[in-house]
Design a protein around this ligand. Structure first.
Ligand code: ADP
Ligand code: MG
Length: 891
């Protein structure tokens, strides 16, 4: 019979695994917007979004509302890792009538306690932040905003339910003329435990309370907490896991003893998990086992057990004493005799076994819950292994080493991927509340400084409208015959006068020089669509920076090699040349190089006709079968390739290494080319916008440093705010500034952060993608040798966000000027147009295109602009320009 009872109290491992799964499921339900209201685990958001990092400093006041007491506590932190906080306590007994009296009286009493405590403590600080430990069920919407849902624990003060208790306390405090005391945080007692157990380099992100009741809180990924608006970073979630099982999910492990305990409790059917593990109940469970066994004559035979019928006679602390076997059964005997039982030796050892089983089961269940939380954290952070401190408080844990052993070993068994270090919390709720308060104050100060640093990078709508207006002005200047020479936006004619109409056909060669690679392509334009074959060729640096002759000879060599490979030697195909450097074009096949960029510096080319240079090289190489019909910029190629799919595509945009745009302008507006009929594509070269100083007011100190360190300071100023070559650098300089102000990396970043170009623009894409726990982000931080705390990575993300958002918005302001001009040119109320886009930043950044489109919609509401990412615009586009040219000149 005893064995049967013990077996009922032992839960097999596979059951525990299943239960862990149920617990995780219940956690997810509690966090989900849809199922939250019916969930057993309430998973309450606490609005505590960071754990202490040891730099917290200053005086902090805590008021804790307890059963029949108010506890006040003054903690002084020294910014020394919180190793030796200085603390002063005082406890005030609460008059009986206050708990059921008027709300106002309750808060007045609390405020009076604060006032008296401060008078005694001679505190003389100007501003004293206060943390309020309020262990009742609240609907919290901010760290310092929480409506009481309902009283419990014997409290029933009037006019408090439904009200913001922070406000009520603050008003009462103000009445005491203590306006320097500011209530900055309200919290539940569980959270405090977590806040006191962080150690060097390993934050405490879970807390377990194994006391009369049972609860657990942990830091969850904020975007998973769908019941709040917070999406960035982490937030401490109060699981309220005592209610686990209230939906019946625990029925297969509940014993008849548990049922008796539940029936006799004040809230039958509720808090089923808590009733199996809370120290308020372990004595009761044991008592019911003893009653049952006595009834079966397996215990205390021949003596009266009537005393066991009384609720609460066996207390948990006695159970804990009994299982302490160091003194054999002496303690057990004494304890049982004290109850009025007459145990023999065998009774004593059996009772001991039973007590151990009850406590072991509780420890095992705690471990299962903890394992669920740890695995959930590990999973949602996308980690292979989770290393974490777990703060533990409560009499079960403190009173009993066996409890700790079981908790430790079973947790490891159930969540082998997690390494949890259990740490006892000392005065969790009080000191922890001070920590919460201190962290809140630290974060607030940090937020203010961060906002200050980022403010110049945040453009408002007026700023953007102004950029749009300036761009429009510069466009007009660039187009005007007289003003052209001095415009920062050069508005170069391309001699491309038509976009494809879909009837183009034929076979073309194309060259692409000026992007990341040099390529040669053959493009078949047919009725069914476009087929291409291409080959990438390397241009050695020696040739990029050697003589022009050598460069163009090399290009011809590559073309010949390609033609041989493609068996095209005998064909003379029209050739389109994508040449992505600024050119003064005087005809479709005549373009004077204005300047080299992107690492090219071949001599004897600037000022020369690039097409001619290519033809001369062909002659030198005796390659007769080359017919260059068009030279195009990559923006034009992009527009043309998208134009082949969508006739409304009359704009080309590049946001890659650099940024540039082109669009179809009315010939009558192009003062730099003869003729008024029709349209011509204009290569804006908008990267240089602002080189005349017109954008100086939006450049920040970071932009100026980045510009200073480029090979072309003062040039391409607009581009340097937008494109892939620069965004990473801007971010890096901001991070350095923040580290210098000790807002990041504890003021101590790795020396690598000071290396130019170490922070790639593709990092922005990774970091801005949702979910900061991503493996890739940790890899980036590791590569940079940055020891980033979780808060550091949240802040880094904000920096990246700010920089790329500004880039997208500025790009939108530029485009707004373009589409509005086109709309006006055509005398339309509403313009419908497509932008062909290329460039890795546009294509791979998670938010750039979205922000660009939204801002453009806002700035140019009368234009309906669609975006079409181009596929291989520079290759296909060049061929299409050649094809259109052939179509126009006729066969
Ligand atoms: P190009 O402009 O030379 O033709 P791309 O359009 O491929 O070349 O753009 C290359 C630029 O894109 C690089 O300078 C880099 O900064 C940026 N980049 C590369 N990967 C990413 C990414 N994942 N997210 C954002 N930007 C990126
Ligand atoms: Mg490109």
């Amino acid at each position: 019979q005893v064995q049967r009872a013990l077996r009922a109290l032992t839960i097999p491992l596979e059951r525990l695994h299943i239960m862990k799964g149920h617990m995780m499921q219940a956690m997810r339900r509690g966090l989900s917007r849809h199922s939250h209201s019916q969930a057993t685990l309430k998973m309450l958001p606490t609005y505590i979004c960071a754990t202490p990092d040891g730099t917290e400093k200053g005086d902090f006041l805590v008021v804790e509302l307890c059963q029949s007491q108010v506890r006040t506590l003054l903690v002084t932190l020294f910014g020394d890792g919180n190793l030796s906080p200085q603390m002063m306590y005082k406890t005030f007994d609460m008059p009986e009538d206050i708990m059921q009296g008027e709300g106002e009286a309750l808060f007045d009493f609390i405020a009076q306690c604060v006032s008296q405590f401060l008078a005694d403590s001679n505190s003389s600080v100007e501003h004293l932040p206060l943390g309020f430990v309020f262990p009742f069920s609240c609907r919290q919407t901010q760290l310092n905003k929480a409506e009481l849902i309902s009283w419990s624990k014997g409290f029933s003060c009037s006019d408090v339910e439904g009200k913001d208790v922070v406000q009520l306390l603050q008003s009462a405090i103000n009445k005491q003329e203590l306006s320097h005391v500011e209530v900055v945080a309200l919290m539940n007692d569980t959270v405090g435990t977590m806040m006191t157990c962080s150690t060097e380099g390993r934050p405490c992100e879970v807390a377990l309370v194994a006391d009369k009741g049972s609860n657990c809180c942990f830091m969850a990924e904020a975007h998973l907490v769908e019941t709040t608006e917070e999406t960035s970073g982490r937030m401490c979630i109060n699981t309220e896991w005592g209610r686990f099982g209230d939906d019946g999910i625990l029925s297969d492990i509940l014993t008849p003893y548990d049922e008796c305990v539940d029936e006799e409790s004040s809230s039958p059917g509720e808090k089923r998990f808590e009733k199996m593990v809370g120290s308020l109940y372990l004595g009761e469970i044991t008592r019911h086992v003893l009653i049952a066994l006595a009834a079966e004559k397996a215990l205390f035979t021949g003596s009266s057990v009537a005393v066991l019928k009384e609720r609460g006679v066996l207390e948990t602390h006695q159970v804990l004493e009994i299982i302490n076997i160091e003194e054999g059964t002496a303690v057990t005997k004494r304890a049982l005799e004290a109850l009025g039982l007459q145990p023999n030796e065998r009774d004593c050892s059996r009772v001991q076994q039973i007590c151990r089983a009850v406590v072991s089961r509780a420890a095992t269940l705690y471990a299962t819950g903890l394992a669920a939380v740890l695995s959930y954290m590990c999973q949602t952070r996308d980690m292979d292994q989770l290393l974490v401190n777990v703060g533990v408080d409560g009499e079960l844990y403190r009173g009993h080493t066996r409890f700790e052993e079981i908790l430790q070993s079973v947790t490891k068994l159930l969540a082998p991927e997690c390494v949890a270090t259990l740490l006892p919390s000392t005065d969790g709720s009080g000191r922890g509340a001070a920590m919460v308060t201190a962290v809140a104050v630290r974060l607030e100060a940090q937020r203010r400084e961060v906002a200050e640093i980022l403010a110049p990078l945040r453009l408002n709508r007026d700023d953007l409208v102004q950029v749009q207006t300036l761009m429009r002005q510069e466009m007009e200047l660039g187009l005007g015959q007289e003003t052209h020479a001095n415009a920062s936006v050069r508005m170069l004619p391309t001699y491309v006068c038509h976009t494809p109409d879909g009837t183009e056909q034929g076979e073309f060669l194309a060259l692409d020089l000026g992007g990341t690679n040099f390529r040669v392509l053959v493009v078949h334009v047919t009725e069914e669509g476009i087929r291409m074959a291409s080959e990438i060729y390397v241009i050695p640096t020696a040739i990029m920076q050697g003589t022009g002759e050598a460069l163009f000879d090399h290009i011809i060599d590559c073309i010949m090699d390609f033609q041989q490979k493609q068996d095209l030697m005998t064909h003379t195909l029209p050739l389109g040349f994508t040449f992505s450097f600024p050119c003064q074009q005087v005809g479709l096949d005549k373009a004077l190089l204005l300047t080299w960029t992107k690492g090219f510096s071949a001599s004897g080319c600037v000022g020369q006709d690039v097409v001619q240079l290519l033809r001369e090289a062909a002659e030198r190489k005796q390659h007769a079968g080359l017919k260059v019909v068009a030279l195009v910029n990559d923006t034009v190629g992009t527009m043309m390739s998208c134009g082949y799919e969508d006739p409304k595509c009359e704009i080309g945009l590049i946001v890659g290494t650099g940024t540039n745009a082109c669009y179809m302008e009315e010939m009558r507006n192009v003062g730099t080319v003869e003729g008024d009929e029709g349209r011509m594509c204009i290569n804006m070269e908008w990267g240089a916008f602002g080189d005349n100083g017109c954008l100086d007011h939006i450049f920040t100190s970071f932009d100026r440093v980045v510009d200073d360190q480029t090979i072309n300071p003062g040039k391409q100023r607009f581009e340097k705010l937008i494109s892939g070559m620069y965004l990473g650098e801007i971010v890096r300089h901001i991070l350095v500034a923040m580290a210098d102000k000790e807002l990041l990396f504890h003021g101590n970043p790795s020396p690598k952060l000071y290396t130019k170009d170490i922070f790639k623009t593709k990092f922005l894409s990774t970091i801005e993608l949702n979910g900061l726990a991503l493996r890739q982000i940790r890899q980036i931080l590791q590569d940079l040798e940055l020891n980033a705390s979780f808060e550091d990575s949240v802040l880094m993300r904000e920096v990246c966000h700010t920089v790329s958002m500004r880039a997208a918005q500025l790009c939108a302001a530029g485009l707004a000027a373009v589409v509005e001009k086109m709309r006006e040119n055509r005398g339309l109320d509403q313009l419908s147009v497509t932008v062909g886009v290329d460039g890795t930043l546009y294509k791979l950044h998670p938010n750039f295109s979205h922000w660009l489109q939204n801002t453009l919609r806002d700035l140019a509401p009368n234009c309906n602009v669609s975006f079409m990412p181009s596929e291989d615009g520079s290759g296909k586009g060049a061929a299409l320009v050649a094809a259109v040219a052939c179509r126009m000149t006729g066969p």
